[in-house]
Design a protein around this ligand. Structure first.
Ligand code: ATP
Ligand code: MG
Length: 203
C-alpha cells in the first residue's frame, strides 16, 4: 500500500457529496483506499447538538458498504476530547509508516479554514491535502489566501458540484421535506427508523 486517503467529517448525516468526493479522490489520485473518520467531539462547537457518535458511525458504515476501497475508522470516536486532525494523522502515520503517503480529503469550505486547525503547520508536513470543489466556495487564489507553504501541500480536485450539506438535510428533515436521494438508501432508512432528525420523519 502506498497512498491512503483520510476523509474526516462530522457526517451528521453522511450524504452523497461526501461519497462522491471520496470516490473521485480515490480514482484521480490512485489511492489504495479511503478511510472515513467520523469525529468524536467536533473541534469547533457546532451551533446545534451533534447526533450521538454511534449513530453517525453506523450511518457511515451503511453508506460505504459495497465499496471495497472504503473503510471507516473509530479512532476519533474512541479518543477523549476534541477530534483534532493532527492527532488522527499522527496515528495513521504511525500505523502505516513512512512508505505510505497520507492524503487528507476536505471540501473547499474546510480547506479554506486550515490555518485555524490545530498545529496546521505540522499537519501540512505530515500529509498532503486534496481539496474538492464545493458549490458556494471559491478555491481560486488559494495561494494568495493561504500562502505558499500551505498551497504547496494542497491539490485542488474539481468534482461534479452537489449543493447539499448535512445542515441542509437536517433542516429539511425537521421541516418534513424529502431527504431521500440525498443520502444512500440504507442511510435514509436508518434515519427514518431511528427518527434522527425529526419526530415527523417516519416513513
Ligand atoms: P455540516 O453542514 O453539518 O457542516 P457538511 O455537509 O459540511 O455538514 P461535514 O461532515 O461537515 O459535512 O463535512 C465533511 C467533509 O466533506 C468536509 O471536508 C466538507 O468540506 C466536505 N463536504 C461536505 N459536503 C460537501 C459538498 N456538497 N461538496 C464538497 N465537499 C463537501
Ligand atoms: Mg461542514
Amino acid at each position: 500500500m502506498k497512498r491512503v486517503g483520510i476523509m474526516g467529517g462530522t457526517f451528521d448525516p453522511i450524504h452523497l457529496a461526501h461519497l462522491l468526493a471520496a470516490e473521485e479522490a480515490r480514482f484521480r489520485f490512485n489511492l489504495d483506499k479511503v478511510i472515513f473518520v467520523p469525529c468524536g467531539v467536533p473541534v469547533h462547537k457546532k451551533p446545534y447538538e451533534v447526533t450521538h457518535a454511534e449513530h453517525r458511525y453506523v450511518m457511515v458504515l451503511l453508506a460505504i458498504a459495497g465499496n471495497p476501497y472504503f473503510e471507516v475508522s473509530r479512532i476519533e470516536i474512541e479518543r477523549q476530547g476534541p477530534s483534532y486532525a493532527i492527532d488522527t494523522v499522527r496515528a495513521f502515520k504511525q500505523l502505516y509508516g513512512d512508505g505510505v503517503t497520507l492524503y487528507f480529503i476536505t471540501g473547499a469550505d474546510a480547506v479554506l479554514e486550515i490555518l485555524t486547525w490545530k498545529d496546521a503547520d505540522k499537519l501540512v508536513e505530515l500529509c498532503r491535502f486534496i481539496a474538492v470543489t464545493r458549490p458556494g466556495y471559491d478555491l481560486s487564489r488559494l495561494r494568495e489566501k493561504l500562502g505558499e507553504r500551505y498551497a504547496n501541500a494542497i491539490d485542488v480536485l474539481p468534482i461534479p458540484g452537489m449543493d447539499i450539506s448535512s445542515t441542509g438535510i437536517r433542516q429539511r428533515a425537521r421541516n418534513g421535506e424529502p431527504i431521500r436521494y440525498m443520502v444512500p438508501e440504507a442511510v435514509y432508512d436508518y434515519i427514518m427508523r431511528h427518527r434522527l432528525y425529526s419526530d415527523k420523519a417516519v416513513k
